[in-house]
Ligand binder design. Structure first.
Ligand SMILES: [Zn+2]
Length: 87
């Protein structure tokens, strides 16, 4: 990575962030995922093998019965039903 696709900045730093993988209405949250972060806008870039590893884990959990370390119950709201915005 030498230029940020979002802001054009050229400075990056190594980081580890929480990544949410979403597929077919299902979610997998993975903590401490290694990435390169744009120092200006914060956009995170991941190596292809990192994303492949997460996708593999997602499949193992949802389709091969692997037990995840932890499970969360996540509240879901619809914006219009939490007050929305008045025009
Ligand atoms: Zn950027």
């Amino acid at each position: 990575m030498n230029i940020c696709h979002f802001c054009g900045n050229r400075n990056f730093r190594v980081a580890a962030i929480q990544y949410t993988y979403r597929h077919a209405g299902k979610f997998l949250i993975v903590d401490d995922v290694p990435c390169t972060k744009c120092e200006y806008c914060g956009e995170a870039y991941f190596k292809a093998e990192v994303l492949k590893r997460i996708e593999k884990e997602f499949n193992a959990i949802y389709y091969q019965g692997k037990k995840a370390k932890q499970k969360l119950s996540v509240p879901v709201e619809r914006f219009a039903q939490i007050g929305g915005l008045t025009a």
